[in-house]
Write a protein that binds this ligand. Structure first.
Ligand code: NAD
Ligand code: UDP
Length: 349
């Protein structure tokens, strides 16, 4: 059934892919974005379509509109950007989420929060289950984001239990794909651009830290499935970690790929993909330099509070949503490389 769907942060990486999918499903889609890290270009192909609206709006300010569903994604995701203005990041997560939940309450819209694996901080257990309470440094440089998302989750469940707002919380693990801003500072965009341009890959620390990388199309499948699963299915009878007793708990859902890679292994996959594109004769790469094997990696200091390991337990998503990621890392990286190659060809990079 056609719905009026609000996507906050819809001009960003995840948001714009979600918008594409919702538009193709025939929904009416409204995007609110302040263009801090997102770009109009990511959704420009929908401008002029009768089902699509793009509004420059900062979610820190309330808005009066009518909607049936809200995907709340507005928030910078790259450590470089969310640390650039820490207070703003906290305000976006607290005031922005509060405003969007208020809107959900008034319009009786279903609300999905784009939360993050960062709520687990530097985890002491692996893989991370939804019932793990995390290990976050609340005063470190990442705290504005980690604690911001934690309070956003708390607000979401506050509105659910107090005001009966129909909510979903997606804990999203590292996601990659075309449209990540090339200057975003995240590992996939940094490494791919460095490899394509023949620059050394900047590995922080010794590269033994791990991440689990989910391709964008898999993630969007999971988000839409989570939004549309029936409310009574969201509740699970578990030993509540808060009291140690059996209780019906409305749990978040981890969305991510459970295959874990060290950053050093990621370097190898990146080179495998870029070298094979170069060998296949990709014209845009022919005039770019190629480094000798020993010069291909530059080791830089590890950022403060950088989690040592990260891998989702996705059993809950598998059972509840009948969902699991399908894309192999190599194939997803190739799609992303082709996107940046297109930008190199048009002189944008
Ligand atoms: P992104 O930076 O590409 O997109 C965020 C979007 O939100 C941008 O368009 C930005 O302009 C907009 N925005 C930021 N602050 C805003 C504000 N105050 N008002 C209105 N718009 C605002 O990041 P992304 O990777 O697309 O992430 C989207 C969401 O998913 C974020 O909430 C992020 O925390 C979450 N998430 C992403 C990942 C990932 O790996 N990409 C992992 C976990 C969680
Ligand atoms: N990283 C790296 N080189 C880079 C960018 C990131 O080695 O140029 C590392 C970073 O220290 C972290 C991992 O890659 O351990 C993922 O970083 P990203 O910023 O993509 O996301 P995070 O999961 O830390 O939010």
């Amino acid at each position: 059934m056609r719905k009026r769907i609000l996507v906050t942060g819809g001009a960003g990486f995840l948001g714009s892919h979600l918008v594409d999918r919702l538009m193709m499903m025939g929904h009416d889609v409204l995007v609110l974005d302040n263009f801090f890290t997102g770009q109009k270009l990511n959704v420009s192909h929908w401008i002029g379509h009768p089902n699509f609206e793009l509004v420059r709006h900062d979610v820190v300010n309330p808005i009066m509109i009518e909607v049936d569903q809200i995907y709340h994604l507005a928030c910078p995701a790259s450590p470089q950007h969310y640390q650039a203005n820490q207070i703003k990041t906290i305000k976006t997560n607290f005031m922005g989420t509060s405003n969007m939940l208020g809107l959900a309450k008034r319009t009786k819209a279903r609300f999905l929060l784009a939360s993050t694996s960062e709520v687990y901080g530097d985890p002491e257990v692996s893989p991370q289950k939804e019932t793990y309470n995390g290990n976050v440094n609340q005063t470190g440089p990442r705290a504005c984001y980690d604690e911001g998302k934690r309070v956003a989750e708390t607000l979401t469940y506050g509105y659910h239990y107090q005001d009966s707002v129909d909510v979903r919380v997606a804990r999203i693990f590292n996601t990659y794909g075309p449209r990540i801003n090339p200057f975003d500072g995240r590992v996939m965009s940094n490494f791919l651009i460095q490899a394509l341009k023949g620059q050394p890959l900047t590995v922080y620390g010794d590269g033994s830290q791990t991440r689990s990388f989910c391709f964008i199309h898999d993630l969007i499948d999971g988000m839409i499935a989570l939004m549309n699963v029936k409310d009574d299915q969201m509740v699970e009878r578990i030993v509540d970690p808060a009291h140690g007793k059996m209780a019906d708990v409305h749990l978040p859902v981890n969305l991510g790929n459970s295959k874990e890679f060290t950053i050093r292994q990621l370097v190898d996959v990146i080179f495998e993909v870029v070298d094979s594109l170069r060998q296949a004769g990709e014209p845009a790469l022919q005039h770019l330099p190629v480094l000798e094997a020993e010069d291909r990696v530059q080791y830089l200091p590890m950022p403060v509070d950088d989690p040592r390991q990260r891998r989702p337990d996705i059993e809950r998503a598998k059972t509840l949503l009948n969902w699991e990621p399908k894309w192999e890392l190599k194939d997803g990286i190739k799609e992303m490389a082709l996107y940046y190659i297109q930008q190199i060809k048009t002189g944008q990079l």
